[in-house]
Design a binder for this molecule. Structure first.
Ligand code: GLU
Length: 297
């Protein structure tokens, strides 16, 4: 039986851009090459940041590029109980604590100094929940398939927030709970999330969850040399015929040297060839690929 299960887990804070396409494609190809399952999880835990309709746009964009997922789409908004149960277990084990401090109060420190370790400084103020990063697995050591051996001390990165003062769940907790619940064996995502992995490993260890394999993919940058992101208004991917050359470019960004004869071929044909040829070891850690431009509709 094939034990590979991958996932694409976008935050629907806007439509997908070329950087998200490369992350989705890398994860998809890795799963399909392994004969595994590929799941889609919409990380919509922060509704104020997620404009209505973005999730549906993302689903349509993935379909337009031929990136079909297995099984139902998971929406994190439906997962409150699971996150609450995980937080409760961490709190009981002394690995999570309530914190009343505001960013402004500790702005002169590189990371949150843990003033609420022995109880909230202002118990009547709104409380966030933080990870006790000094008590968990330390240092965190893991092997990234591209970036190699990683060794980091989560305490040096600070006590990450697990639940916010406005009662919204934070990414680190939600991602770990869902990766385990969905049986994800392989996390393939952008290298911008490499430095989040120590907290996630620490949470997995604290909750007794399995450790997935990790493959972080090199960055896609914009014309300004910065990482493409929804914040810097990276262009939304098209959903029409223009997807064909863009898929070809995304394969090139993953160093897969796609056949130029397929540059405008239907996405299904491009993907079939790309799955057969997928070799992530063609990537090098310091690649940074510039996002292409494409014509207006
Ligand atoms: N939701 C995160 C994002 O869109 C990615 C989560 C992950 O791949 O771990 O940046």
């Amino acid at each position: 039986m094939i034990d590979y299960c991958g996932r694409f887990a976008p935050t629907p804070s806007g439509p997908l851009h070329f950087g998200s396409l490369v992350a989705a494609l890398g994860s998809y190809l890795d799963a399909r090459r392994a004969g595994g399952t590929w799941r889609l999880r919409i990380e919509d835990i922060d509704p104020p940041r997620c404009p209505p309709g973005s999730s549906d746009t993302i689903l349509r964009q993935l379909e337009a590029f031929g990136l079909h997922w297995d099984g139902p789409v998971r929406y994190q908004q439906t997962r409150d109980d699971a996150y609450a149960a995980a937080l409760e277990r961490l709190a009981e084990a002394g690995l999570a604590y309530p914190c009343s401090c505001s960013r402004k109060q500790w702005r002169d420190h590189p990371v949150y100094p843990g003033w609420c370790h022995n109880g909230p400084c202002a118990p009547d103020a709104p409380l966030a929940w933080r990870l006790r990063s000094d008590r968990g697995l330390r240092p965190v050591i893991w092997q990234d398939r591209l970036y190699g051996r990683q060794c980091l001390d989560p305490a040096a990165l600070g006590d990450v927030v697990l639940k916010r003062k406005d009662a919204l769940w934070a990414y680190q907790l939600a991602v770990v709970v869902d990766d385990a619940d969905q049986g994800i064996s392989d996390v393939v995502r952008g290298v911008d999330l490499l430095d989040n992995t120590p907290w996630q490993r620490q949470l997995q260890a604290a909750l007794g969850l399995p450790e997935p394999r990790y493959l972080h993919l090199p960055l896609i940058i914009g014309d300004d040399g910065q990482k493409l992101s929804k914040q810097n208004l990276a262009r939304a991917l098209p959903e029409d015929q223009r997807v064909r050359p863009l898929l070809h470019q995304a394969l090139a960004a993953l160093q897969q040297t796609p056949d130029p004869a397929l540059a405008t071929a239907p996405v299904e044909d491009q993907l079939t060839a790309a799955i057969a040829a997928w070799d992530p070891m063609r990537l090098t850690p310091d690649d940074a690929h510039r996002a292409p431009d494409w014509p207006e509709a």
